[in-house]
Design a binder for this molecule. Sequence first.
Ligand code: CP
Length: 350
Amino acid sequence: MKTLFRGKHFITLDDYSREEVDSLLDVSRYLKMKFALNEPHRMLQDKTVFMMFFEQSTRTRNSMEAGITQLGGHAHDLTPDKMQLSHGESAKDTAEVLSGMGHAIACRNCFFGYGEKNQLGNNYLRELAQYSRIPVMSLQDDWYHPMQGLADLLTIQEKFGTNLKGLKICISWAYATSHAKPLSVPQSQILLFPRYGMDVVVAGPKEFPFMPEIVEKAKKNASDGGGSLKFVDNMEEGFRGAHIVIPKNWGGFLGVKPPKGQARVEYLGTDEAKKQMKTNLEKHKGWICNEKLMKITDRRSVYMHALPADRGKEVVDSVIDGPRSIVIDEAENRIHTAKAVMALTMGGRP
Ligand code: CP
């Protein structure tokens, strides 16, 4: 078991070795047991985490805030409108100032800025981390959602045991209209699951690609971890024989090409780009997880979703509310894994 985590940033699980991820899972299970037994575990007494949410959240916000309370500390629930960053204060100044006042900075910034060097998503978190003297935790950005990935892995191990080699897991695109969901959940999953020997099949229309760097790294992770990664263009092929299915929408940010010379981030805000994304989305209305698809999965299969789900669009009610659905366990595990990350990076061994 790895024990030296204090001060380490948590931006992607790819920055953590397999042994370190195992340790995070062990501590999650330990803290889950403590919680179940109603035993105090105030390991971060009087410590403060500054949570900066650029977007809405139910699971992440509440797992972090309830989690730090249970660990004996306190969270500041911050949004840009409460901070001077709304007047342009830099990530550098924000990180340096908060470093002097508390024990961790946690941030959700999903603004899609792939290839752009400014205050968007992962670039913003990386800049916070560069100047912070306390750990910076991602609460999701445009590239990664490591808190979700860790909770998903814990949930899968609870259902299938710790040896996951040979399990087929289908990560499928699904139709949704609530909003263009970030790429970060499926990207974190394709990076992480093959490291544990799982055979990952991504099913998705060609208009909804992942970032090429992520796919390359995920292939390397599969080769190093004994798992596999393949891409198919239909749900049936992905679902057939799968032990785990995760059908979920992700936005087609990269399926829309900006005109030559125009930055993608600026183009995505235009009416023309929005129209292209909508056209691409509406072509694939039939991508919904239903009973017929669940029937071709393995007889032990489970249905997962990071939530929130677009009911009737990504998934039918009878599947998400049915016996194979483990979405509520998956959501609960967000608090146990968040507590493990905080306990180890904000406290733990000096
Ligand atoms: N899965 C997830 O991150 O949920 P929230 O957006 O509610 O935090």
